[in-house]
Design a binder for this molecule. Structure first.
Ligand code: SAM
Length: 212
């Protein structure tokens, strides 16, 4: 990362509200213990996800890709009373860690875990979603979008992470970059939605299901 970009990110971090102590502990645990630490949303993106949730005030959030539970805890901050975050992942090991951190948080009764493959679990969920966060295996992004679409309420949101894939979507030369570029093209061509691709961190695609 060039020096200017690093300084700008540090500046943005210094003028952003603190995360909760549990989120900080989880992030520090991840950075100290995990090689794939870049999978965790990170501080500023976490605050952005929390802020989206506070703006939307969702009753039901679906997250595809729990990892250590960081983003699930961020989304939980904006839930209405009685609301919940449903989060799913295939990885048993990371799921145990996620559960242990959620257990320590004030949201322990409001985050529901599902262990399994996204394409199998999503059709079994009876809920209607106000917000869906797609953050799992990249080749399945379009499948996840199609699987959740009819379960998202009109006026609801789908947010997908990593849609810039470190800039590789500009000239895709691997399966993930190709899948993400195709996903971005598919969303842009979908006349049922309005969308914005935010160049935050690795790229957030924010999609609203139109009511008009
Ligand atoms: C980028 S991490 C999620 C990070 C988390 N949302 C956060 O921001 O802190 C991606 C997760 O997707 C999970 N995953 C990969 N393939 C999956 C699949 N087919 N179904 C469900 N989860 C999957 C991985 O096990 C991993 O924990």
């Amino acid at each position: 990362m060039d020096e200017f970009k690093k300084e700008i990110i540090e500046y943005a971090e210094s003028f952003t509200s603190d995360e909760s102590p549990v989120l900080r502990e989880l992030r520090e645990h991840c950075y100290a213990q995990y090689e794939d630490k870049a999978m965790l949303s990170g501080f500023v993106q976490g605050r952005v996800l929390s802020m989206f949730s506070r703006m939307i005030r969702p009753r039901v959030v679906l997250e595809i890709g729990t990892y250590l539970g960081y983003s699930a805890l961020c989304f939980a901050e904006g839930l209405v009373d009685g609301g919940k975050v449903i989060t799913l992942d295939v990885n048993e090991e990371t799921n145990k860690v996620a559960r242990s951190f959620v257990e320590k948080s004030e949201y322990k009764d409001r985050i529901e875990f599902h262990l399994g493959n996204g394409v199998d679990v999503i059709p079994s969920l009876p809920e209607t979603f106000d917000l869906v966060f797609i953050d799992a295996d990249k080749p399945n992004y379009t499948n996840y979008y199609n699987l959740v679409f009819d379960k998202v309420r009109t006026g609801g949101f789908i947010i997908a992470d990593n849609v810039l894939w470190s800039g590789k979507v500009l000239a895709p030369d691997d399966e993930n970059a190709e899948a993400l570029h195709s996903f971005n093209q598919m969303v842009r061509a979908d006349d049922r939605v309005s969308n914005v691709l935010l160049p935050i961190r690795d790229g957030l695609m924010v999609v609203c299901k139109n009511w008009f």
